[in-house]
Structures are given as structure tokens and as C-alpha cells.
Design a protein around this ligand. Structure first.
Ligand SMILES: [Fe+2]
Ligand SMILES: [Fe+2]
Length: 204
């Protein structure tokens, strides 16, 4: 990337007249011309990234269903926590959406499947959340493996953000599950966990 920028800068007499963002767009055009206007993503990589967009949008849908369920069983703090998680999942999907576009690929929006309506106890619900995030983690790791196999360093590097994000997601779920474990022994734990989850801040 740096060397492409240098080539571009030399063409402009050593000076860059463009903002970093515009420079990125121009580099992209130069690169696309070199590639005969083709995407920088392989077909397989593009397909896998599109699949991941769908998985992130399903996550959003799933947590939205959990938020509605939490409201229906009188757990407004849980409902709020999942509502914030929905925003996070939308960000996960949109980051991928932008990446595919910026790499000259085609975004394909597939059908989002219907999530369940019932999630059992608060503990059951967070166990399902953790299980789903573990599935997403595996999916991200498979994407990294594919990017490496295809020698697509840009995508492998882009995906690192998701690798780290998944560590955080699983940690959060495990922490809440640990808190809910006390519930069997102490019936007052659920309202206190609910109050705590009500304080979750929107994603930055
Ligand atoms: Fe996600
Ligand atoms: Fe997160």
C-alpha cells in the first residue's frame, strides 16, 4: 500500500494533493486498472465475506429477538443490553459491507433467517448467546484461513479486528453467565444483574 502511495506521489511531483481518503480511492482506481477493472477479492473470498455479512445480520436479528423476549418476561436491563448488542452486530455487518465494496467486490445480501421467539431462562438465553458467538468465532477463523490460503494479505489484516472482537464478545458472555450462576442460590441476583445490564453504553 505504501509503495503504491509513493508511486502516486511521484506522479504528482512528490506532493500529495489529496486527502488520505481520496488518495486511497485513487490508488484503488490505479490498482483496478492494473487488474483490468477487476475486484481485488477472489470469487471465493468475496462469497465467504458475503456469507459473513449475512451471519452478522442474523446475529443482529437474533439479539433483537432476545431483546423482545427479555422485555416480555420483565427484564428491561437484559432487553437494553441486547438492544445495544444489535447495534454492535450492525456495525460488524457494515464494516464487512464497506470492505467488500472498497475492494471492488460485489455485496450480495442474502435472506436472513427467522430467529426463535422463546429463549427460556436468563441463563439459557446467555448460554445460547455464547454458543452463537462461538459459532461466529469459528466462522471468522475460517475466513482468516481462507485469506491466508489465497495469499490475500489485505483481507487477512482486515479480519484481525474481528478476531479480537470475538475474544471480547465471548468474554462478555462468559462474565454474564458467571453472574447468573449465582441465581440458583440467590433469587435476588436476577434483578441485580438486570440493573447492571441496563447500564450498558452504546457502541463507540
Ligand atoms: Fe458480530
Ligand atoms: Fe463487541
Amino acid at each position: 500500500m505504501k509503495s503504491r502511495r509513493k508511486i502516486f506521489q511521484k506522479r504528482n511531483g512528490g506532493k500529495s494533493m489529496l486527502s488520505e481518503k481520496d488518495a486511497m480511492k485513487s490508488r484503488r482506481k490505479i490498482f483496478q486498472k492494473r487488474n483490468g477493472g477487476k475486484s481485488m477479492l477472489s470469487e471465493k473470498m468475496e462469497e465467504a465475506l458475503n456469507e459473513q455479512i449475512n451471519k452478522e445480520l442474523y446475529s443482529s436479528y437474533l439479539y433483537l429477538a432476545m431483546s423482545a423476549y427479555s422485555s416480555s418476561v420483565g427484564l428491561p436491563g437484559f432487553a437494553h443490553w441486547f438492544r445495544v448488542q444489535v447495534e454492535e452486530e450492525n456495525i460488524h455487518a457494515m464494516k464487512l459491507f464497506d470492505y467488500v465494496n472498497n475492494q471492488g467486490g460485489r455485496v450480495r445480501l442474502k435472506e436472513i433467517k427467522e430467529p426463535p421467539m422463546e429463549f427460556g431462562t436468563a441463563m439459557n438465553m446467555f448460554q445460547q448467546t455464547l454458543k452463537h458467538e462461538q459459532f461466529i468465532t469459528r466462522s471468522i477463523h475460517e475466513l482468516v484461513e481462507l485469506a491466508n490460503a489465497e495469499k490475500d494479505e489485505a483481507t487477512a489484516s482486515f479480519l484481525q479486528w474481528y478476531v479480537e472482537e470475538q475474544v471480547e464478545e465471548e468474554e462478555n458472555d462468559n462474565e454474564i453467565i458467571a453472574k447468573l450462576r449465582g441465581v440458583d442460590k440467590n433469587e435476588y441476583v436476577i434483578p441485580s444483574v438486570d440493573q447492571e445490564l441496563a447500564k450498558r453504553l452504546p457502541p463507540r
